[in-house]
Design a protein around this ligand. Sequence first.
Ligand SMILES: *Cc1c(COP(=O)(O)O)cnc(C)c1O
Length: 401
Amino acid sequence: MVSAVRDPTGFLRAEYEELVRADLDWKLRVLDGPSAPWSVVDGQRVLMLCSNNYLGLSNHPRLKAAAIEAVRTHGAGSGSVRPIAGTMDLHRELEERLARFKRAEASLTYQSGFATNSGLLPQLVGEGDLVVSDELNHGSIIDGVRLSRAERAVYRHADPSDLERVLDEAERHRPEYRRVLVVTDGVFSMDGDIAPLDRIAALGAAHGAMVYVDDAHGEGVLGEGGRGIVSHFHLSRDRVQVEMGTFSKAFGVVGGHISGSRDLVNFAFNKSRTWLLSGSHPPAVAAACLAAVDVLEQEPEHVERLWSLTRRFKKAMADLGFDLGRSETPITPVIVGESSLAKKLSQRLFELKVFALPIVYPMVAKDKARIRTIMNAALTDEDVGTAVDAFAKAGRELKIL
Ligand SMILES: *Cc1c(COP(=O)(O)O)cnc(C)c1O
């Protein structure tokens, strides 16, 4: 008898301990109270520089009031999956309001962004099709593409000429592909750079390919009033057929969504297994998301504030001599090199009351370990000064500056 049979779960501890030995295990920090500019993390009051809550909406009074009211009127849960008995007026209203905000014919919400990509991509393409993907796309896109059983080709990060090469090659060698889909993140979460979606959309059109953009980090940040990357580049919806996003980042709540044509939405909700087979959002979630759309429409100052703080922070950090990579958005990586140095810097920053996590190999290249900071519209100018001072002090102590 091999030992695996006597102890079928022995790998659980063995693999976990391997991660701990390599210092690659997640050590969870715990927030006591809301995600706010100053949050209590592991019992310490610290400046929050690593939440995706770009506009401070997760703790906005209008979102909180809407969630509480929806519990009173609609209860704690929805009772079902969307297609059976889990579609409430709140879900429909959210989809209508979101479509109006996005200036699309129709929108559809999912339980999460992950459920959107992993549920919809395998329906848009399948065996005999080709997916062309940016090499740095999000894991939920990668998993969705795997589930599809379509062939996959990868192009160099944010490089339209390499995308063109891949599309040309596909046309030459396999003219019989049923469908071709180009998929990209809108804003890349590790570097904060923006996909050249204008050129990607033009190439898609020239090659008869669908274009799918995952704008999780562009919404609430880019475009008119935070409408996202399609608005940022003024693109027409017949060039970018699927605009996907999430309510878990700038919108401050949770949930995924797509916007596009009515045909897209009708297809998506009849086909996506994550949508058909998994419970719908509790009323409080749908109502809070609705309030977030209202706030974005009625209080554009949050997006303006986000950008003015972002510019202030980037300038101060660049003046100090930090390497901020290729960021063009409120995601600002502070690249330091070795993984161990990034971890030490994060630890020292925490002692100085600034909370920003290290991103290390294998998430980024071995010599590109970094602290990833994300600016937040709810910070004061003084908070930004506090963050910069902490980086300056820790950076000098660790001889990064
Ligand atoms: C966060 C993220 C997702 C997942 O969204 P959730 O709603 O949190 O599941 C998908 N794609 C990208 C690019 C993301 O950054």
